[in-house]
Design a protein around this ligand. Structure first.
Ligand code: CP3
Length: 365
C-alpha cells in the first residue's frame, strides 16, 4: 500500500454521527449511555511491556514505526488482538506534530524524546510553521484508516489523540522531558506575549491534526495534558493555559466524535481543568474514582483510574484494586475503565490479560 495518506472511504456514513446511537461499548460509555458491561482499554497499551512491541522496536526506530501506516497499524492492533481491549489507540506519540512546525525530534534510547533546536526566544516562536496535518502526519492518518478498516467489523473503535498546548510547549522549550519545567515557566513569565503566540500556534496545529484524524476514521479523540498539572498552580493554570485548552476543545467539538480531556495531576483544580472542555474526563489515579467523578459532575462520563503501578502487584492485590475502582464507579453509565497514567515497561502482560478479563466478567449484567 502507498505510504501516502489517502482518504480511504472507510464508510459512507459520516464519522460516528452524533445523531445515531453507537453500538460499541466504548462509544456508548463516552456518551453516557447504558452499556452491557464496562468497556476497558489502557493508556500506553501498545508499549514496551509487550514482547511483540519490543520485537518491532528491534527492527525499527520509534519514528519509523510512527511514520509507516502499515507498521503503526500493526502495532496499534497488538493489544486488541492479544487482550481484547474495547478500543484501539493509534500508535504514535504526542511529539511528532512538532516536527512539521520546525522542531527537530529524536527518541533517544534510555533518554526519551530530545528536541535539538528547542525554543529559547520570541523569535523562535515566530519562526514556527503551522502546516496542515495531511502534509506532516500522513503516516498516522493512514494508520488510522487501516485500523478502522480492520476493526470496524469487530465494532472496536479507534481513538486518535494529540498533546495539549502546555504539554507540547514544555517539550518545545525544555528540549525534552523535565523535572521542574523551569525553562518553560521562565519563558511563560518573562515573555507572556510570545507564550500566547506559541500556544495559539499549537492550538492551530493540534486542532487541525485532531480533525484530520476524525476524517481519517478516528471515532473518538483524546487530548493528553500530561504536565500542566504537575508544573503549575491553579492561578497560573487559569491564566496561562486554560484559554488555549478552551480554544482547542471548542475547535474539536465540531468533530462529531467524543473528546476525552485527560489532564494529569490536576487534583488541585480538577473542576477548572474539566471545565476547559471535552465530553469525557480522563482521571488520573490521585483521587478515588467516586470523589473525582463527583467533582467533575456525575452527568459527565469519566475514564479511569487505576494506578498503573497496581499491575506490578500480585494478582490478589491487583484484583482488589480493580474491584475498588469498579465499586466506586457504582455501575453508573458513562464509565470507561482505564489506568490513570500509562502502563510501565515492567508490567507483566498476563496481568493486563487478567485485568481485561476481570473487568469484563465483573461488570457483565
Ligand atoms: O497509549 C498508547 O498505547 C498509544 C501510544 C502513545 C505513546 N505515547 C507511545 C510511546 C501515546 C498516546 C503517547 C503519548 C505521550 N507521549 C504522552 C502523553 C501521555 C503520558 O504518558 O503522559 C507523553 C508525555 C509522551 C512523550 C513521550 N513519549 C515520552 C516522555 C517518552 C519517553 C518515555 C517513555 O515512556 O518511553 C515517549 C516514548 C514513547 N511513546 C514510547 C511509546 C510506546 C516508548 C518508546 C520506545 O519504544 O522506546
Amino acid at each position: 500500500m502507498a505510504s501516502s495518506y489517502e482518504p480511504a472511504g472507510v464508510t459512507d456514513a459520516p464519522a460516528a454521527g452524533a445523531e445515531t446511537e453507537p453500538t460499541s461499548l466504548f462509544l456508548r460509555a463516552c456518551r453516557g449511555l447504558p452499556a452491557e458491561r464496562t468497556p476497558v482499554w489502557l493508556l500506553r497499551q501498545a508499549g514496551r511491556y509487550m514482547p511483540e512491541y519490543r520485537a518491532f522496536r528491534e527492527r525499527h526506530s520509534m519514528l519509523e514505526l510512527i511514520h509507516s501506516p502499515e507498521l503503526a497499524a500493526e502495532v496499534t492492533l497488538l493489544p486488541v488482538d492479544a487482550f481484547g481491549v474495547d478500543a484501539a489507540i493509534v500508535f504514535s506519540d504526542i511529539l511528532p506534530p512538532l516536527v512539521g512546525m520546525g522542531l527537530e525530534l529524536e527518541f533517544v534510547q534510555g533518554e526519551g524524546p530530545v528536541i535539538s533546536n528547542a525554543i529559547s526566544s520570541p523569535r523562535d516562536v515566530d519562526l514556527l510553521g503551522t502546516p496542515p496535518a495531511e502534509e506532516t502526519m500522513a503516516g498516522t492518518l493512514g494508520a488510522i484508516a487501516l485500523v478502522r478498516r480492520e476493526l470496524e467489523p469487530r465494532d472496536v473503535p479507534v481513538i486518535g489523540f494529540a498533546g495539549a498546548p502546555f504539554t507540547l510547549a514544555s517539550y518545545a522549550i525544555e528540549g525534552g522531558s523535565s523535572r521542574d519545567f523551569s525553562r518553560t515557566k521562565a519563558f511563560m513569565l518573562s515573555e507572556p506575549a510570545a507564550w500566547r503566540r506559541l500556544l495559539t500556534k499549537l492550538v492551530t496545529v493540534q486542532a487541525d491534526y485532531l480533525l484530520a484524524q476524525v476524517r481519517a476514521g478516528a471515532e473518538a479523540l483524546q487530548v493528553f495534558d500530561s504536565w500542566a498539572g504537575r508544573a503549575l498552580g491553579r492561578e497560573d493554570y487559569l491564566r496561562y493555559v486554560a484559554p488555549a485548552n478552551r480554544d482547542l476543545y471548542a475547535a474539536t467539538s465540531e468533530a462529531g466524535v467524543p473528546v476525552i480531556n485527560f489532564s494529569l495531576g490536576v487534583s488541585a483544580y480538577l473542576g477548572e481543568a474539566a471545565a476547559c472542555g471535552g465530553d469525557v474526563v480522563g482521571l488520573d489515579w490521585a483521587l478515588p474514582l467516586d470523589e473525582a467523578w463527583e467533582r467533575v459532575g456525575f452527568d459527565r462520563p469519566v475514564q479511569g483510574n487505576l494506578d498503573p503501578a497496581a499491575l506490578l502487584a500480585p494478582w490478589r492485590e491487583l484484583r482488589h484494586r480493580i474491584d475498588d475502582v469498579l465499586d466506586r464507579a457504582g455501575g453508573r453509565p458513562g464509565h470507561v475503565f482505564n489506568v490513570g497514567h500509562g502502563l510501565v515497561p515492567q508490567t507483566p502482560p498476563d496481568h493486563v490479560r487478567h485485568l481485561v478479563e476481570h473487568v469484563r466478567e465483573r461488570t457483565s449484567s
